[in-house]
Design a protein around this ligand. Structure first.
Ligand code: AMP
Ligand code: FE
Ligand code: FE
Ligand code: ZN
Length: 278
């Protein structure tokens, strides 16, 4: 049986490996297929695809898109969208701009209490998409915390004093944008222990807008959460997926620790945008 990990990140967002190293690691981990789903950017996909072809691995082009409603943020995985779709590209650009402004504001809030942190280094990284994990790395580098996880407990938490919100479309809007770009939308970690779940009526609107599936098998879902996702998906005729949400050294998540059925991949391929072969 082939192994498909449907959720991994590279250094182009908040992972720590460049796409080439990431694909090598996936191959070492015995995976056959990975979906590269960096936050709000496609920048790693070409490199990952090229290296994968050399190693006999398949890369499904994807992205993990930010969305927000009533102060609750939700991540939506989009598989195989047309990466030249003008509206999708415009929205992704706007999210990345808003992330940059927001990270800058959080850095200046943090600077008062963490004076030895080198915020300038944020501009030198290779990432396209900035987020709190990059602020965490700066705080860890300056010796304030041992790892990203510790920095997130308080300093970067929405409950802490330094937090700033960022702009993104609502979840149902995002599902519509993805479908209009011929992408296949999957709600990421809907019952993550780290976040507030979306209200039922928002989920209903997402389903009406064409949601394909929900990520069920994920490290931040306990047995009860997985059962709940399975139940909801069955009732709404949605597929369920699984993925590691690998972030390299940025999180303990291991490649392949959760997987997606190959027949779900077949359905994604049926519904996704077919790139013309050159
Ligand atoms: P942001 O994109 O700025 O909202 O930050 C959210 C990102 O931070 C998520 O994509 C996670 O990958 C990462 N993250 C959240 N909590 C933690 C944690 N405790 N340790 C490491 N990374 C985290
Ligand atoms: Fe992340
Ligand atoms: Fe996520
Ligand atoms: Zn992710």
């Amino acid at each position: 049986m082939k192994k498909f990990d449907a959720h991994v990140h590279s250094k182009l967002s908040d992972g720590t490996q460049d796409p080439s190293d990431l694909v090598h690691s996936a191959s070492m981990a015995g995976l056959d297929v990975i979906a590269l789903t960096d936050h709000d950017t496609f920048a790693g996909i070409d490199e990952a695809t090229t290296v994968a072809a050399e190693l006999g691995l398949t890369v499904v082009p994807g992205v993990e898109l930010s969305s927000t409603i009533g102060g609750i943020s939700a991540h939506i995985l989009a598989y195989m969208p047309n990466r030249e779709d003008a509206e999708l590209l415009r929205v992704m650009e706007k999210i990345r701009q808003s992330r940059m402004t927001r990270v800058g504001q959080m850095a200046s809030n943090l600077a008062a209490d963490y004076p030895n942190a080198d915020w300038k280094s944020l501009e030198e990284g290779s990432q396209m998409t900035l987020g709190r994990p990059h602020l965490a790395d700066v705080l860890v580098e300056a010796g304030y915390f041992v790892d990203r996880d510790e920095a997130f407990q308080w300093a970067l938490s929405p409950r802490g004093p330094y937090y700033v919100h960022q702009w993104s479309p609502s979840p149902p809007e995002m599902v519509e944008i993805i479908r209009n770009a011929q992408g296949v939308p999957v709600l990421a970690h809907p019952y993550s222990s780290r976040r507030r779940p979306l209200p039922r009526e928002v989920l209903k609107e997402m389903i009406d807008a064409g949601l394909f599936g929900m990520e069920r098998d994920h490290r931040e879902h306990d047995a009860h959460a997985r059962q709940e996702v399975g139940r909801l998906a069955q009732a709404a005729n949605l597929e369920t997926t699984g993925g590691s949400d690998y972030h390299g050294a940025g999180k303990p998540n291991e490649l392949g620790e959760n997987l997606t059925d190959m027949w779900v991949l077949d359905r994604i391929i049926e519904q996704g945008y077919q790139e013309r072969r050159r």
